[in-house]
Design a protein around this ligand. Structure first.
Ligand SMILES: *Cc1c(COP(=O)(O)O)cnc(C)c1O
Length: 340
């Protein structure tokens, strides 16, 4: 498996650091917790979409696209990183934002990622929650193509086999870092949404027979649906890489017990996780993805699913810019005393 065979625009700050979280580990009293800092990929405050976009934007360049289009929720980190990448490459960027939460809060709708989308020069259009966003993009693209534009459409989250290559590479990078310092990883955990991160990681881990179980903490879909999405994408990604069959259905595990009320709506354990990482480690999580993933990690440590003597790596997928769209949630938060 040779990723250099695929076109790529090298823009991310790689390798991202792999660090030990001493104070959080001590606080939880269970396994040694490590963090893989994909919040530090460099582009417009970083995040996991940048690794995917290195491969996706190379395809856009290869077809001489002058516009990239993508979609996501209002506070989409993927949209923000796509806007920044397009700016860097001198392409226009057109974003459709789906109102998945129905929030009327000003900061949610205008601050955080939305502010940065516009600073990077992207055009945004809103759509109501629940519409077929892929179809909406295709419809907008028809008009643009008729006007002579070359449009490259990136699916939500950049999650297709091309984007997932970025996380195949991340699996190689992480295992290489662990090998270089004699670190035996017992578990790798991450938030999972549009599936490209988990699918790419599992293909990479299995292709090199790393023997590291991967657990995704869901942020939206129910467990069976999430696992099916990840598995289907992993199968296609493995085919693209010339190693079909490397991922079995049983390798794909998601726990969707920390979603709370729904996508983009944090609950008490999400906020507690954000506060613990901020206060114990100086690390910023986000209220939509990494905060829910970390809530799962913390609960697994407390319940003894992850044990003393084990080493668990949390892949930090970024997103802290969204905190500025969610300030009201922290003002209302009553979990503060509980966390102290
Ligand atoms: C998109 C995103 C995820 C989920 O990654 P997928 O590849 O969509 O599953 C996790 N964390 C953050 C901060 C994200 O923006």
């Amino acid at each position: 498996m040779h990723l250099s065979r695929f076109p790529r625009v090298f823009l991310a700050h790689l390798p991202t650091p792999l660090e030990r979280l001493d104070r959080l580990s001590r606080e939880l009293g269970g396994p040694e917790i490590w963090i893989k800092r994909d919040d530090c990929t460099g582009l417009s405050t970083g995040g996991n979409k940048t690794r995917k976009l290195e491969f996706l934007m190379a395809e856009a360049q290869a077809m001489s696209a002058d516009v990239v289009m993508t979609q996501g929720a209002t506070q989409s980190n993927h949209a923000r990183q796509t806007a920044a990448f397009a700016a860097k490459l001198g392409m226009a960027c057109h974003i459709l934002l789906e109102d998945r939460t129905g929030s009327n809060n000003h900061n949610y709708n205008e601050n955080g990622n939305v502010l940065l989308d516009h600073l990077h020069g992207a055009a945004t259009e809103k759509r109501p929650g629940g519409v077929d966003m892929q179809a909406e993009m295709e419809a907008v693209a028809v008009g643009m193509r008729a006007a002579g534009r070359k449009v490259y459409i990136i699916p939500g989250g950049g999650s297709n086999p091309t984007g997932a290559l970025g996380y195949v590479n991340c699996a190689f990078e992480l295992v290489g870092q662990a090998n270089d310092r004699g670190l035996v990883i017992d578990h790798l955990v991450t938030a999972t949404g549009s599936a490209g991160t988990q699918a790419g990681l599992i293909v990479g881990l299995k292709a090199i027979n790393a023997g590291i179980p991967l657990l995704g903490f869901g942020v939206r879909a129910p467990k069976a649906k999430q696992e099916e999405n990840v598995f289907n994408l992993a199968v296609k990604t493995a085919e693209k890489l010339g190693c079909p069959g490397v991922v079995q259905r049983g390798d794909v595990v998601a726990d969707t017990g920390y979603v709370g009320p729904g996508y983009g709506v944090p609950q008490a354990d999400t906020l507690e996780a954000i506060r613990m990482f901020a206060e114990l480690e100086g690390i910023l999580l986000d209220p939509v993805y990494s905060g829910k993933g970390a809530a799962g990690l913390i609960d697994y440590c407390r319940k003894g699913h992850f044990k003393k003597g084990q080493r668990v790596v949390f892949l930090h997928t970024g997103g802290s810019v969204a905190l500025f769209g969610y300030d009201a949630v922290f003002a209302d938060d009553t979990s503060r005393q509980a966390a102290e």
